[in-house]
Design a protein around this ligand. Sequence first.
Ligand SMILES: NC(=O)c1ccc[n+]([C@@H]2O[C@H](COP(=O)([O-])OP(=O)(O)OC[C@H]3O[C@@H](n4cnc5c(N)ncnc54)[C@H](OP(=O)(O)O)[C@@H]3O)[C@@H](O)[C@H]2O)c1
Length: 249
Amino acid sequence: MDKKHIFITGGTSGIGLSLAEAYLKEGHHVGICGRDLSKIPAYMKDQYPFMHVYELDINDRKKVNETIVNFSKGRLDLVIANAGIASFKGHDIPDFDNVFKVINTNVLGVMSTIEASLKVMLPNKKGHLVVISSVAGEIGLPRVGQYSASKAAVTKYCEALAIDLKKYNIVVTTILPGFIDTPLTRVNKHYMPFLMSSEKATKLIKKSIDNKAIRYVFPRRMKWLVYILSIMPRRLYRTLMGLVASRLT
Ligand SMILES: NC(=O)c1ccc[n+]([C@@H]2O[C@H](COP(=O)([O-])OP(=O)(O)OC[C@H]3O[C@@H](n4cnc5c(N)ncnc54)[C@H](OP(=O)(O)O)[C@@H]3O)[C@@H](O)[C@H]2O)c1
């Protein structure tokens, strides 16, 4: 079997961890990173000899570059820029410390990951970059404008990058999930429409990556809801989402 070299940022919990396990089960070399490695279930270290674990904050551009290049050993088939944070504070006055943290991690952290990946993929003229964005980037969500802005930025960046990198045989896939049941959303007290299990989401994401999709938005009902919200008259959107926001605590 051809063992691929796959690196996943934010593989210590949630979607990243589930994706890592799915690829490890297939026998690939999988590199995962995070700031808190103690979150990785102990059994995985014994069960998967091809799992490579790195303590890494993706806000550290230099270290992200070093880690991904070192992991690759000259071969990098797939990189999934998954690490991200969200924060629902339930308040309409922005907390700018949080705004900068979200933008730095979700946007610049992804850029550092792509920068590092291209150091290996461009000379090899081969590779697959995947970015886990969000449907939240398709609309401006009240109270979490920084999260929406961060995901909109990476979605648009990937849309452009996919065109630029095509001639170098590098595929770019953008994944836009709706609500998935992970530690990130478990803290939410508000209603999460069409919430999907992490297991089901992992299967769908992996299938779209295996198919080298350009863009994958799911669950389907969330895709349509967000589409309608994104094209409706802005005045109506404001009124509707204003009502939603007023019900949030
Ligand atoms: N769950 C959802 O409903 C949903 C929906 C749409 C999009 N997404 C996106 O999916 C991705 C994964 O989220 P999740 O739901 O799986 O959340 P999660 O369980 O909280 O996982 C987030 C992962 O990112 C890592 N991470 C966060 N900040 C990091 C940093 N500065 N450096 C390195 N690693 C960092 C975390 O590791 P450490 O804490 O160990 O650093 C963790 O492994 C995120 O980009 C999120 O925005 C999630």
